[in-house]
Design a protein around this ligand. Structure first.
Ligand SMILES: Cc1cc2nc3c(=O)[nH]c(=O)nc-3n(C[C@H](O)[C@H](O)[C@H](O)COP(=O)(O)O)c2cc1C
Length: 210
């Protein structure tokens, strides 16, 4: 496991990297629909309480469709990167036994098969993230990069991009009056043991929302 993690997180300083022409501070306005007030009001919140969560499916869809717009606008395919959600309060399917994990694809939340139920000890270093209404996180498909021969030089850029997506979620939350925080994401070891069929993926950064 350690060898795998070292392999998958190596950087080659000076490599041309993934999306070399992309300038995050030069995105078109349509990908940055925020006001000065959203930026000024944005702040992290992490004292979550599932019982106080008032997240709606419409809120989740708004995060997902903004993420999709950003991903597409930055020329990143859904095959390479997908938004995932851990729904702790049954927002996507009230009849489900929460928490449920979904992959957002083709405009829908598709439940992912798990090896074991998600519990207090699962997934995060900071267990208080389980108190959030939902946790959004960004999953990169490793095979995609192997085929592109980018395997040895992608990690730094994927970190930058995932951190950026987390930050943009934070601005969207500020815009919508929703509380949340960006955090380091899911522990890869936990991710591989909980998520079925995850051998080929790496989760980087997450955004927890009440
Ligand atoms: C990419 C990224 C990753 C972060 N990871 C963590 C984390 O793992 N744990 C944590 O407590 N906070 C994490 N933070 C939150 C920052 O610590 C927090 O944003 C910082 O305290 C600044 O507070 P503010 O968001 O209210 O400005 C992360 C923030 C960003 C942007």
């Amino acid at each position: 496991m350690l060898g795998r993690m070292i392999d998958e997180t190596s950087n080659i300083i000076g490599a041309d990297g993934y999306l070399p022409g992309l300038r995050l501070n030069e995105l078109p306005d349509v990908l940055f629909p925020f006001r000065e007030e959203d930026i000024a009001a944005r702040e992290s919140f992490r004292y979550f309480d599932r019982n106080k969560a008032h997240l709606t499916l419409a809120d989740l869809q708004q995060f997902a469709s903004y993420f999709d717009k950003l991903r597409t606008g930055m020329d990143i395919s859904e095959e390479a990167l997908s938004l995932h959600v851990i729904d702790n309060v049954g927002v996507v399917n009230p009849a489900s036994e929460a928490p449920v994990a979904y992959r957002y694809g083709g405009g829908n939340f598709q439940a992912r098969a798990l090896n074991e139920p998600i519990g207090r000890e699962s997934l995060y270093i900071q267990e208080e993230m389980h108190d959030a209404g939902a946790v959004l996180f960004f999953v990169w498909k490793l095979n995609f990069f192997k085929e592109q021969e980018m395997r040895d030089r992608y990690y730094r850029d994927l970190m930058i991009l995932s951190g950026f997506f987390g930050h943009q979620c934070s601005l969207l939350a500020s815009n919508r009056g929703i509380k949340g925080t960006v955090f380091a994401g899911l522990s890869p070891i936990e991710f591989y043991s909980v998520f079925q069929g995850s051998e080929d993926e790496i989760p980087i950064f997450a955004f927890a929302i009440e």
